[in-house]
Structure formats: C-alpha cells, structure tokens
Design a protein around this ligand. Structure first.
Ligand SMILES: [Zn+2]
Length: 161
C-alpha cells in the first residue's frame, strides 16, 4: 500500500479514503467486480462512497497499472487488482474466477517485437485468455446434460417461442 501511496504522491495525488476503500474492496475480492459492485461493497466500509468517485478512482488506478479491466462474459467490464508485473490473465467465463500466470518476460519481448514490426506503441498491454476453470470444467458437463434433457422435454414449447 505504501508503494501506491508514494506513486500517488509522485503524481501530486493523495491516497484518499475513497481510493483506499476501492483498493480494499478489490483486494478482498476473488472475482472481478463492476463499478456498481465496488460501490455497494465499499459503502460497508465508507458510507459516503459514490459511484462517480469509484469510476474516477478506477480510471486513475488503471492508468497507474494498479487495477486491470477484464471483459466479462456478459459484455460488462470488471476490475481487479493487478500484480505490477506484466502478465496475462486467465478468466473463467462461467464463474468469473481469475488467475494470473507468470509470463511477463515472454510477453514483454512479444510486445517489443510487435511494436518494432508495426510501429504501434502499446500502452494497454491487456492480454486476457477466457475459458473454464478446473471447477467449472466438471460442472459444465452436467449443465450441458441438463440443457439437453430440457430441450427434449420442452421441444414442443420451443417451436412457439
Ligand atoms: Zn469457473
């Protein structure tokens, strides 16, 4: 936390109560949270926390690479704390569980090569791989069986829908 404090101070900002609250909520969370969810949970710690403040705080923390945005299966954005290292994120599209795997160096050299080849300057090195976590791999088989049974039972109805 003190590293963040000095990072904020270096850019002329303070670690306000709202910013501290957003960070606390994100560090307690096991899945990415939307700004609304962060606000709702954050109000349990700091009653005056507002949605607009949360949006601004997330924007700032994302710029400072303390927070990373992930794309949810529902098309919404969730936010999570990121390790300072540049590493790809794995996101489970069923339960939203997130894992980071150590791949900073290969990714850094890939980005360097992409920049050299294309002339682009990459400023948002978000790499996200979606799939099923170990727990959901087992569960999804059962879900598909349920769905198949449901389709058979409900086939007459579904013609009219
Ligand atoms: Zn999962």
């Amino acid at each position: 936390m003190s590293e963040l404090e000095s990072g904020l101070a270096a850019s002329g900002r303070r670690l306000t109560r709202a910013r501290r609250t957003v960070l606390r909520v994100l560090s307690d969370a096991s899945v990415p949270l939307s700004p609304r969810e962060i606000t709702a949970v954050g109000r349990q710690h700091y009653g005056h926390l507002g949605l607009v403040t949360v949006y601004r705080t997330l924007e700032l923390l994302e710029l400072m690479h303390w927070v990373r945005r992930v794309h949810g299966a529902d098309g919404c954005h969730g936010y999570m704390l990121c390790g300072r290292a540049l590493s790809p994120t794995l996101v489970c599209r069923l339960c939203g569980r997130v894992a980071e795997f150590p791949g900073g160096q290969p990714l850094r050299s890939l980005i360097d090569r992409v920049q050299a080849d294309t002339g682009f300057r990459v400023d948002d090195p978000l790499v996200q791989l979606s799939g099923l976590c170990p727990a959901c791999q087992g569960a999804s088989g059962a879900d598909e069986a349920d769905e198949a049974a449901h389709r058979e039972n409900g086939s007459a109805e579904s013609i009219h829908t």
